[in-house]
Design a protein around this ligand. Structure first.
Ligand SMILES: Nc1ncnc2c1ncn2[C@@H]1O[C@H](COP(=O)(O)OP(=O)(O)OP(=O)(O)O)[C@@H](O)[C@H]1O
Ligand SMILES: [Mg+2]
Length: 488
């Protein structure tokens, strides 16, 4: 058995793992299919099932299992704890099961040759500090040390690098089940620079729900059911969502979906006419959402200080980019020549993370962080192009008699856009003119900018809660990596 480092996409809907060792070894539900991110836990004995088998249990009435999907969306929700088989389960415990399943799958399918003990794990653009820490712990409890995180859409760029060759500016549009993640990438002499990254929460799961609610209201009207969608049992809702997802997927190949029955609890079986769910019907239903989603591209370009004429390629990846209506919109807006629709898009993010897991590279910071001074001017504390690892200490004096010193962060347009309360760090102090405030700034292992501060007097009198901390997860990075000579 050999310890290996892998790339992992822990997706809202699908997860997968790739090991690069004398070729690309893909592991999900099979070599061709990713693993549905669904975990089922037996209510009696706590036995765990992951993937496709767990997914099929979602629709069952009188289930012996508690079934969890899209756990990534609620990783940091402290109210989501569940008592099952005399054990309290948190979202972290459930996420851990997906990592365990991925690790086990590699071990078994490689004939016990590969033991994944480290990985590069891809995460969405707006993944919160808490979610990062929970995901890292979940992986580590499953025996996988997180070597690094990478933004999902940037990982997808690395995977598709060859098809963008000769391009300077590429926009990656990764639209999955839980989030849309956009990276504007500049590729220059072996440096991949994230010029802008942007995320939105509307994705495949929301589309399924929108279709389900609309179909329900049509059905309710027609059969006079007097039943709200929210009052349907979980099993009926899940069945409806699954049928709607499948109808949506059929529309990438066909004009209309197949007719299907829905079991409406006490009302029995009701036939949904597939002709209702046509491409045009779906395009109309999603028109506003698709406009907002495609607007995200222009917003990212504005932040990146680029215009659409500078963009060489736009990569449409992630399951939801298979929707005809988004593809048609992008082609009509930006022209066919710019658009790349990868063949094997389900594995893009995982492959990008896997490439990063097995090559040497340097990381530089692509975000400027400053302190905003009282007259509006800025004092730089983290400059662009600084190499990781990075840590610095600054010492400030106090000019006024005060019980509180306040640092205001700025510099990067993304930080400047934050509401005031999200970009300040208040430090308690003791009102001494000779008092010193120490500001300790660094980039931590979860790729966040951390600023910790304390006063030398206050720490002396209150040793327990001496530090106040500012965390900023939305950094951009530059990867110096020789993609032309990557061998696997
Ligand atoms: N042909 C298709 N047409 C439309 N939607 C599709 C198609 N195939 C898959 N999807 C949708 O894509 C979504 C899953 O995509 P993907 O596997 O990229 O998500 P994920 O990586 O798990 O989620 P995220 O990246 O948001 O965490 C699901 O909502 C699924 O219904
Ligand atoms: Mg994804």
């Amino acid at each position: 058995m050999e310890n290996v480092t892998a790339g992992i996409d822990f997706g809202t809907t699908n997860s997968s793992i790739i090991v690069l060792k004398n070729g690309v070894h893909r592991y999900g539900d099979s070599e061709n299919e990713t693993l549905p991110s669904v975990v089922a836990i037996n209510k009696e004995n706590g036995r765990v099932i992951c993937g496709k088998d767990a997914l099929s249990l979602l629709e069952k009435e009188d289930n012996d299992f508690e079934v969890f999907r899209s756990i990534k969306s609620v990783l940091d929700d402290r109210d989501k704890t569940f008592e099952i088989a005399n054990k309290i389960w948190t979202p972290e415990d459930i996420a851990e099961q997906i990592f365990i399943k991925l690790k086990q799958t590699v071990y078994e399918r490689s004939n016990r040759e590969y033991n994944v003990n480290k990985a590069v794990v891809a995460i969405p653009v707006n993944f919160s500090p808490e979610k990062r820490r929970i995901l890292r712990r979940a992986a580590e409890r499953a025996g996988i040390e997180v070597k690094s995180f990478i933004t999902e859409s940037t990982a997808a760029f690395i995977a598709n690098y060859k098809s963008t060759k000769g391009s300077t500016i590429t926009v990656v549009f990764d639209w999955g089940g839980g989030t849309l993640d956009v990276s504007v990438i500049e590729y220059n002499h072996g440096t991949i620079s994230e010029l802008a990254t942007r995320g939105k929460k509307f994705a495949g799961n929301d589309i399924d729900e929108k279709i389900a609610r609309k179909l329900h209201s049509i059905t309710e009207d027609k059969y006079k059911l007097h039943l709200n969608f929210d009052d349907l049992s979980d099993a009926v809702q899940n069945r409806m969502l699954r049928r709607c997802e499948s109808a949506k997927i059929q529309l990438s190949e066909n004009e209309c979906a197949k007719t299907f029955p829905i079991k409406y609890g006490d009302y029995g079986q009701i036939q949904i006419d597939g002709n209702i769910i046509s491409r045009t019907w779906l395009s109309n239903l999603l028109e506003e959402d698709i406009n907002k989603i495609s607007e995200c591209l222009m917003e990212s370009l504005r932040i990146a200080k680029q215009n659409i004429y500078n963009v060489d390629k736009i990569i449409l990846t992630g399951g939801s980019c298979k929707l005809k209506t988004i593809q048609d919109k992008m082609v009509s807006k930006y022209g066919k020549d710019k658009i790349i629709i990868p063949q094997d898009s389900s594995w893009d993010v995982t492959l990008g993370a896997a490439i990063l897991s097995c090559v040497d590279y340097d990381i530089q910071i692509g975000t400027k962080v400053s302190l905003v001074l009282h007259d509006g001017s800025e004092c730089p504390i983290l400059t662009e192009n600084t190499f990781l690892p990075y840590r610095k200490k600054y010492c400030f004096g106090i000019l006024d008699t005060t019980k509180q010193a306040r640092f205001v962060f700025g510099g990067d347009p993304d930080i400047n856009r934050l509401e005031d309360k999200y970009r300040v760090l208040d430090v308690k102090c003791e009102n001494f003119l000779e008092e010193q405030i120490i500001l300790d700034v660094y980039i931590d292992e979860d790729l966040m900018f951390i600023a910790k501060a304390n006063s030398n007097f206050y720490i002396y009198n209150n040793p327990e809660n001496a530090y106040t901390v500012f965390e900023y997860p939305h950094l951009k990075f530059k990867y110096r990596i020789d993609l032309d000579h990557v061998k696997y």
